[in-house]
Ligand binder design. Sequence first.
Ligand code: AMP
Ligand code: MG
Length: 411
Amino acid sequence: MTASTTIAREFANSKMLMQFSLSFIVTSVICGLFVIIVLYCLTLKKFKSKSEVSKVWHNVTVNGRPSRKIRKQRSVRHKKKMASSAITQAMKTCKSEPITENEQPTKSASSTKALKRHSPEECKDVFNNPSNKKQSPKKSKVIRETKDFNHPVYKSISSQNGEINRMTHQQLISTLKQFNLDSSGYPDILKKRLKLYYMESSLGKAGLDSHQTAQSFDYLCVIDFEATCERQNPADYLHEIIEFPIVLVNTKTRLVEDTLMLFCKPLLNPKLSEFCTSLTNITQVQVDYADTFPVVLETVNRWMKHKELGSKYKFAIVTDGPWDMNLFLRVQCKLSKLKFPSYAKNWINLSKTFSSFYKTSRVKLELMLRNLGMEFEGQPHRGIDDAKNIARIAVKLMEDGCNLVINDALT
Ligand code: AMP
Ligand code: MG
């Protein structure tokens, strides 16, 4: 009886001891985790207040990395912050109403709005500063000093712009003809052309330099890839580049100085679909006898080096949308296990530039041409012909006073 009581007591004691040790271990683990997270936050030096630490607690996933949702929220918050700072900056630098006509495309719609009342230089400045790093006081002072928007000429330009806005298509054509200007194209484009002409001449007469025609780049490399495709491309379809064309435009002479056109042999889908052949006009024989993409890219790089692009001359890639770089080149580099070329990470998306400059909706290549009163020349969906036609639009934009700047990047 005594022995069994002792055993029962010892058993109870050991059970209590086990429960105590278990709760001690659990509490230590929780405390340890908490301390690790707090230390993690403190070492990042991002968060100072207790409430912010609690935000991090919520945002961190098990592996210590912010969840996808949180990263997306942060990116949206960052974009909003950038746009609102661009607006604030624009409001600070803006002195008076006019100079509405030569804004450059920006990273976000809201910052575009913010730039609407700015001179090209100011727009360029905010755009060229996408990270929204604060400009040095010296630089912003220069902008304010060199532009006196209180000059009466700006008032006259502004009222003239109003009159041009009220003109009919026919009036626009006859006025442009009076000044020996190109009168082809849709009314929005003609308005823009006339306003720029009037602004240039008014500023010139007033002894002010408008710098309308200054270009940021010496050369434009217009690229338009063609790739393997099916009539209905499946969602996971991997396009391989089959044509790599470049049209080299000199921004000073506004002439096409050279062209390069190379076919590429696809490896994943070596046999072109009937749809692809009829869409692009590229034949099976042409790709069969072509080099593979790594060799083609090497040839392109040598050609660029020979042209002193990126060394002696500043150049930018021009495409008619985001897909050439963001889809075709990205996928092809992955397939070919090549590093994405650094010069192709940012480019001029001409469709964006076009709609922002002429205040039209985003349209495809053929419609951009038609808006400008031009017709597509050559075979649509043949890379070299597409690139030549994109180059024609780029030239027209430059002639109309648009400074072509980088407005798209790899996402
Ligand atoms: P693009 O520059 O418009 O000629 O198009 C470039 C590439 O996109 C083509 O070479 C095709 O691979 C693909 N593509 C264009 N249009 C179509 C279409 N309607 N259907 C399937 N793929 C297309
Ligand atoms: Mg094309």
